[in-house]
Each structure stands twice: as structure tokens, then as C-alpha cells.
Ligand binder design. Structure first.
Ligand SMILES: C[S@@+](CC[C@H](N)C(=O)[O-])C[C@H]1O[C@@H](n2cnc3c(N)ncnc32)[C@H](O)[C@@H]1O
Length: 273
């Protein structure tokens, strides 16, 4: 296979990003420099590893799982099929948390996945400590590796907890903030998502019939673990702002909506009334 053939095969998978993806695959799975590849486009790029990686991509596996690592905010994360791939959209929540967490804050990240929210926040705010929870052991294993990779393992407690039923595991805890990007997609919408997204864990997407099951549960049953000035930062879907305002109001919270860089509603910031 040469570069031109690689590009032709990738074009069929990802008509917009094929050049970027070709570069990532070459840099990850061969010893070639891109400068050499560009001036030798029809030379064979020998390598079983590259061919295997390309076949996985042709099977519509996300590039991030194939590469095994991805960048989020200012950090790098291990990613595999046990965790949602960290999205740039989620950086808005992290930026807000870094900005407003009080000094020496202790926060909890509910539905932590790769750990990206808790870990990037801890990295940028060296005065803070966190508890990060997820329902699945294999997912928490990824978060654990990421905490180590980014040097914050001593400041984060990782805990297996089913957010929908096991809040009493937190009895005795008190936090300055709850941060959460929970699953928030309705089942009928999950059906319409790309083949790549369908490689991600279903449990990381499923937000109950109305997409709101985690928001309702967390505001109602986890706000008891917030101290007096504690707040909640949720990532939300672009069409969920009004629902979050209602949930907040019904449970004694103000709700401010923060937009992402594309101008879509992205984060709900809840403070006690
Ligand atoms: C949308 S992903 C977010 C992951 C990560 N916080 C991020 O922003 O990339 C939601 C996470 O919730 C976890 N999850 C699903 N159901 C859960 C439950 N009942 N209790 C705790 N975690 C759950 C999934 O395993 C997944 O890691």
C-alpha cells in the first residue's frame, strides 16, 4: 500500500477527514515521517500494523480507539471501547469548573468514563481533590490509568457506583461541586447516530426514555452531598436547556445555561436558590 492508496481507502470511510486520519495512522503505526511520505506518495508504506489499523477503521471503528490515546483539554487520555471518547464539547464544562471552584475544593465527577472531566480539572487546579464514579469496573480501570498518566492519582478516589440507585454509598461525603456529563441521549436518537458512535458503550449514551433520567436523579438525590455554596455543572444536549431549567427550579436551584464555541447550549450551571 502506498500513500495514494491509503488516502483512497480512507476517503470512503471519512470523506471530510481522510488526510488528517491518514497522517495519524501513519504517525502511529509506521516509522515514516510525513515529510518523506509527501515526497514519496507512490512508495510502498510497508507495515502489517498500518494495514490492520486501516481495516479496523474501514469497519468504522473510531480512530481514537484504534490509536488508543486521545487529547482532551491540555491532557492526553488512554481510550478504549470501555469508555466514551472524550469530546471537545466537554471542555466548556472543564473550563468553567477550573474558573469557579473555590480554593482547596473537593468535587465529585458522576459518570466519569475516561475520567477526563475530573482529571483535567485536577491537573489545572492543583489545590483540588476529587471523587470520580462510574458504574462499570472496566471503565474505571481506564480512568485509573488516566489518573496515573496525568499524575493526579493521589488526588482522586475512584469508586464504582450506580448513579441511578446507589447514592447512599456517598453517605458522610460533602462536596463543593458536582460535575457530570451523564448519558443523555434518547433511545430513538441513538439509533440514528453514526456507525462510529455505535462502537461506543451504549450505557455511555442511554439517558432513559426522555434523555433526562440522570439529570433528574442527580439534582434530586445528590444535591444533599453539596455544601452550602455548592454547585452543579452538567453537560447537556443542545435541546435540553429548557428541561434543565425546569428540573433545577423544581428542586430549589437556579439554572444558567452556557453555550459552547459553536453557539449551542452545552452546560447547565446550577446554584442553590
Ligand atoms: C456520556 S459518558 C461521559 C464520560 C465522561 N465523563 C466524558 O465526559 O467523556 C457517561 C458515563 O456514564 C457511565 N454510566 C452509565 N450509566 C451509569 C450509572 N447508572 N451509574 C454510573 N455511571 C454510569 C458510563 O459508563 C459512561 O462512562
Amino acid at each position: 500500500m502506498n500513500y495514494i492508496e491509503l488516502i483512497e481507502r480512507l476517503k470512503k470511510v471519512t470523506p471530510e477527514d481522510y488526510e488528517f486520519e491518514a497522517r495519524v495512522l501513519i504517525e502511529t503505526f509506521t516509522d515514516y515521517k510525513m515529510s518523506y511520505i509527501f515526497s514519496h506518495r507512490d512508495e510502498q508504506i510497508v507495515g502489517e500494523a498500518l494495514e490492520k489499523a486501516l481495516q479496523r477503521r474501514e469497519n468504522r471503528e473510531p480512530l481514537q480507539y484504534i490509536v488508543g490515546k486521545w487529547d482532551f483539554y491540555r491532557q492526553t487520555y488512554f481510550v478504549d471501547e470501555n469508555c466514551l471518547i472524550p469530546r471537545a464539547d466537554t471542555e466548556i464544562l472543564v473550563e468553567k469548573a477550573i474558573e469557579i471552584l473555590p480554593e482547596n475544593a473537593r468535587f465529585i465527577d458522576l459518570c466519569t468514563g475516561s475520567g477526563c472531566i475530573a482529571i483535567s480539572t485536577l491537573c489545572e487546579r492543583s489545590d483540588t481533590q476529587a471523587v470520580a464514579v462510574d458504574k462499570f469496573e472496566k471503565t474505571l480501570d481506564v480512568a485509573k490509568k488516566n489518573a496515573k498518566l496525568n499524575g493526579v492519582e493521589k488526588r482522586v478516589d475512584l469508586m464504582i457506583l450506580d448513579v441511578l440507585s446507589e447514592e447512599n454509598k456517598l453517605d458522610g461525603y460533602s462536596f463543593d461541586a458536582i460535575l457530570s456529563n451523564p448519558p443523555y441521549i434518547r433511545p430513538e436518537v441513538i439509533e440514528t447516530l453514526s456507525k462510529e458512535v455505535k462502537h461506543e458503550p451504549y450505557a455511555a449514551l442511554w439517558g432513559g426514555d426522555d434523555g433526562l433520567i440522570f439529570y433528574n436523579k442527580i439534582v434530586k438525590d445528590y444535591s444533599q452531598f453539596l455544601n452550602n455554596y455548592g454547585f452543579i455543572l452538567f453537560e447537556i444536549g443542545y435541546d435540553q436547556a429548557e428541561s434543565l431549567r425546569i428540573i433545577a427550579d423544581e428542586n430549589g436551584f437556579n439554572c444558567e445555561i452556557i453555550k459552547d464555541y459553536a453557539g449551542r447550549d452545552r452546560v447547565a450551571y446550577l446554584t442553590k436558590k
